[in-house]
Design a protein around this ligand. Structure first.
Ligand code: FAD
Length: 293
């Protein structure tokens, strides 16, 4: 299934993101999570890949297994930084041989504190270069990442948007955003993207908060600012992660309701390989008639 066709359907497309677990037990629990979330009839699911290809074979195997064993459309994330062209071509060959049709073309980030991260001469520096490579090669629907609150390394929102235009011109057919907690920042970004001539679907990425420490760490790394209202709620509960999860689910429900009411093409849930929070958010959307059973 070509993902971009799903976004043309009119109904919001629900998708779930997973990462390759490190242990056999992790795989068992991930497959339970995916089976559980499959009941919510997602349009597709996606699997991340570590930069430099650190989980390359696991990601490839996982997306192929998800399609074959669970009958879901699965998209592979493909970060390019730290990989040679030939390695990227090999990944694409393996995905194609396994029947995978959708790829999210990303730059990736060198691991923090990594001093020996390699930058091969014939590699790609930016996601638009990888996007062009995949688009010219053919055989895949290519998506890209985008950053409503500006990528942390970009000089300005304008410069970041100009680079995003290059990615779309290179062949990106839809965009999925970095997580954010303030819908106004997303709507403002979409308006600016449309003004810059980007017409492809822009899909919000939503992550329900699972722990106070985790969310503070993530936002400090450029994962979306926390609006004052949400910040005050989190400050009130200290380090109580169970309370943070409740606040996170309620906040994500409010976010998703407004996003769908205002006509987003879909919602991409960063599930962190767990289903309960995503399930509760989906249930609330279902009860509000905002998604189809
Ligand atoms: P790019 O689009 O290349 O942008 C990176 C920076 O370079 C920006 O500041 C941009 O303005 C600038 N730039 C872009 N093009 C050019 C150019 N031609 N010339 C000069 N400057 C340029 N990371 C992983 O490692 N694995 C994953 O599976 C993964 N999944 C993700 C999924 C989503 C939906 C998102 C949004 C991010 C994901 N990431 C993943 C993280 C992502 O790799 C990082 O956010 C990374 O820092 C930027 O990736 P990008 O593809 O947006 O980069």
């Amino acid at each position: 299934m070509n993902i971009v066709d799903l976004y043309r359907d009119g109904e919001p497309v629900i998708s779930f993101e997973f990462f390759p677990p490190k242990t056999e037990r992790g795989y068992q629990s991930l497959f339970e999570t995916i089976r559980d979330l499959k009941q919510l009839a997602p349009g597709f699911v996606s699997v991340t890949m570590g930069a430099g290809g650190s989980t390359r074979s696991q990601t490839v195997e996982l997306v192929i297994r998800i399609e074959r064993e669970l009958g879901l459309t699965a998209m592979a994330h493909l970060p390019c930084l730290g990989s040679e062209r030939e390695e990227i071509a090999h990944v694409l060959d393996s995905l194609q041989a396994g029947g995978i049709q959708n790829v999210l073309a990303l730059r990736g980030d060198p691991p923090r504190e990594a001093t020996d991260f390699r930058h091969p001469e014939d590699g790609f520096d930016y996601a638009n270069e990888l996007t062009e490579f995949i688009a010219q090669r053919g055989g895949f629907t290519v998506g890209g990442g985008c950053h409503p609150e500006k990528h942390p390394e970009a000089e300005s929102p304008e410069a970041d948007l100009a680079n995003l235009v290059l990615k779309v011109e290179a062949g990106a057919q839809f965009l999925v955003t970095q997580l954010f907690f303030d819908n106004e920042k997303f709507f403002d970004f979409v308006d600016r993207a449309r003004e810059a001539g980007i017409q492809i679907p822009i899909v919000p990425g939503v992550m329900p908060i699972t722990s106070v420490g985790g969310i503070r760490r993530m936002t400090s790394l450029g994962g979306g600012t926390i609006p004052p209202e949400l910040d005050a709620e989190l400050a009130r509960i200290g380090e109580d992660d169970a309370a943070a999860q409740e606040i996170g689910v309620d906040w994500a429900i409010l976010q998703c309701r407004e996003l769908i009411e205002k006509g987003v093409p879909g919602i991409h849930f960063y599930t962190l390989n767990r289903s309960p929070a995503t399930r509760r958010i989906h249930q609330a959307l279902l009860e509000g008639g905002l998604v189809q059973p």
